[in-house]
Design a protein around this ligand. Structure first.
Ligand code: ZN
Length: 189
């Protein structure tokens, strides 16, 4: 964006005064999706509606109303989950990332580390960042196999149910450096 002062012409101002169409609103919404608010930004928003600037300032609520608000603001909100959430982007979160965060994967990884005594099996280093590596058969191949085996299930559930993906014997503990060396090395996987 160029620096300096924007000079708005009369034509531009007239354009800005025009009422927004639905398509325009949607365009703005799409542009704002996934915006990360910085700490300073959040603080500015907080300050702009705190104290006497708040529309509720000077209008105390009775106990019953406060209780109603409390109930409405607590507990799970199914109406904001998944597709109902305004930040929903059509379920684009990658399957591999979802699998890597699931409890089954974490349990498998911990089991591999424990079996190898938290030591890299190649350079025998300890106390470094460790990775659990699928060394006999590639992880990506196993994921594809799992989806193929259970075509009627959704891909995530199919992977969770596919035992070969979580076989301890297919896991090996490697440090980050050794793990990076295996990438692109077909014989090692
Ligand atoms: Zn190593």
């Amino acid at each position: 964006m160029p620096k300096g002062v924007y000079v708005r012409t009369e034509d531009a101002k007239r354009h800005m005064r025009k009422p927004k169409t639905k398509a325009h609103c949607e365009h703005i919404r799409q542009g704002k999706l996934g915006t990360v608010f910085s700490k300073k930004w959040k603080e500015n928003i907080r300050l702009s509606i705190s104290g006497s600037k708040n529309p509720n300032y000077g209008h105390p609520r009775d106990a019953a109303t406060r209780l109603k608000i409390k109930i409405a603001n607590s507990g799970p909100k199914p109406y904001l989950r998944g597709k109902n959430n305004p930040n929903w982007r059509g379920g684009i979160y990658p399957l591999v990332k979802r699998l890597r965060n699931c409890p089954v994967y974490k349990a498998w990884r911990t089991a591999v580390f424990k079996r190898d005594n938290y030591t890299c099996r190649r350079c025998n280093k300890r106390g470094v960042i460790l990775n659990a590596h699928h060394h006999k058969k590639r992880w990506s191949i196993l994921v594809k196999e799992a989806i193929k085996q259970n075509p009627c299930m959704n891909p995530y559930d199919a992977c969770i149910c596919y035992a070969p993906l979580w076989r301890l014997s297919n896991g090996i503990t490697l440090c980050e450096i050794c793990h990076n060396k295996t990438k692109g090395d077909c014989h090692e996987r």
